[in-house]
Design a protein around this ligand. Structure first.
Ligand SMILES: *Cc1c(COP(=O)(O)O)cnc(C)c1O
Length: 394
């Protein structure tokens, strides 16, 4: 029998409650799209998707056609928005799996029209993205209308949504988000004028045009940005993009990450520890070795900075984190034993290490912490997936 070096626990009931809290916050008139790209931010894509849908999300968002196809293979039938760059060669796959691509260039439209015409299905829904100031994906407002007209004149396509993305909705200063929202509103007004239907209103074919812009930070701090739909990622997983988002709703962290003491060393004062000799014992010390390191996504920048939980108390990481080993100072925990649980992320007793804390210590954002957590660690989902229950839930 082998012993896994670490375990990631995903609390799907908490994820479902987070989705329900978000759905309640935005209200009936607004749809919740659950962003499950990048393996559900490291939480498991299909599992996270099912829990979010059970909590009230109506759609899913991914980055790639490949992710969308994987969700379909996992049995998920709801609308799936592909928010990254769809390569033209992927259009047939996208159409065949009833994915909803986000269009950022004419050649994608051509490829989708070609693929949609050769399949006898319903028109393929597309969303068109406007770059209102992110400077990454999307069409500038002046480039947008020719593409919109082309999409509109193609019977094989149905323009279902118009979207944009905020560059700093998580910033303390709201000015730039206000600017972006203003540019988006101007585009939406013109869409209304050319007879495509007001976003949110009914169109001649009776389908609503969905305008959407808000990510987690915007939906929490800028209610006016919620429009007809919000795209929630980080908040679903119980994490906040920035301190400015605190106090709006209660969310529960979904991921916890535990390991165990694999080995113990008693070392005299004055011994240096690990690569680069970045820590020297100041007293006779009890050092615990954890069988995980940066290969498992525990960032090397946490060396000599992070704390873990042992016996419900905080213990510091000492010395450099290496590929598969991390050292902690257990001198103040003399009863520590091999096999004891150590929490890297999540609760133990009355203490908790948050992803936001880990991110601050590692000079990054909570997104990167949870996406990176894992490596060879075993990930378990609670409750485990039951095909019978999934069938009942539809
Ligand atoms: C990832 C992503 C989101 C979700 O952002 P969060 O900050 O995690 O809520 C929303 N929209 C787009 C286009 C994205 O790529």
């Amino acid at each position: 029998m082998t012993v896994p070096p670490a375990q990631i626990r995903i609390d799907l009931a908490a994820l479902r409650r987070n989705a329900a809290a978000l759905a309640t916050l935005i209200g009936q008139a607004c749809e919740l799209l659950a962003v499950v790209k990048a393996d559900g931010y490291g939480h498991g894509m299909a599992e996270a998707a099912r829990a979010a849908l059970a909590g009230g999300a109506r759609r899913l968002g991914v980055s790639t056609v490949e992710e969308g196809v994987a969700l379909r293979s996992a049995g998920l039938a709801c609308p799936i928005l592909v928010m990254g760059v769809m390569d033209e060669t992927e259009a047939p796959e996208a159409v065949a799996h009833r994915l909803t691509p986000v269009v950022c260039r004419n050649s994608q439209l051509d490829a989708l029209i070609g693929a949609a015409c050769s399949s006898s299905k319903q028109p393929t829904p597309v969303h068109i993205k406007v770059d209102t100031g992110m400077g990454r994906l999307g069409l500038l407002p002046e480039e947008f209308f020719p593409v919109l007209q082309r999409a509109r004149s193609a019977p094989a396509l149905r323009i279902e949504g118009i979207m944009t993305h905020f560059a700093e909705a998580d910033a303390a200063g709201p000015a730039y988000t206000t600017e972006q929202l203003g540019r988006f509103r101007a585009v939406l007004d013109r869409i209304g004028q050319i007879g495509l239907g007001q976003p949110g209103g009914r169109r001649p074919d009776r389908s609503p045009l969905i305008a959407h812009a808000a990510n987690s930070a915007a939906l929490l701090t800028r209610p006016e940005s919620r429009l007809q739909m919000v795209r929630a990622g980080l908040a679903l997983y119980g994490l906040l993009p920035s301190p400015s988002c605190r106090g709006v709703i209660d969310l529960e962290p979904v991921m916890s990450w535990t390991t165990r003491i694999a080995h113990l060393r008693r070392l005299p004062a004055g011994r240096s520890l690990g690569y680069g000799r970045t820590f020297t014992t100041r007293r006779p010390s009890l050092i615990g070795l954890l069988p995980i390191g940066y290969a498992a996504g525990y960032p090397r920048l946490l060396s000599n900075r992070a704390v873990c939980l042992h016996q419900g108390g905080r213990v510091p990481v000492v010395g450099r984190i290496s590929m598969d080993l991390t050292m902690i100072d257990l001198t103040d925990h003399p009863s520590a034993g091999i096999g004891d649980e150590v929490v890297l992320l999540g609760p133990q007793g009355h203490e908790r290490i948050t992803a936001e804390e880990l991110a601050a210590w590692a000079e990054t954002i909570p997104y990167e912490v949870v996406c990176g957590a894992g490596g060879r660690t075993v990930r378990r989902h609670f409750p485990p997936f039951s095909p019978a229950r999934a069938r009942r839930a539809g």
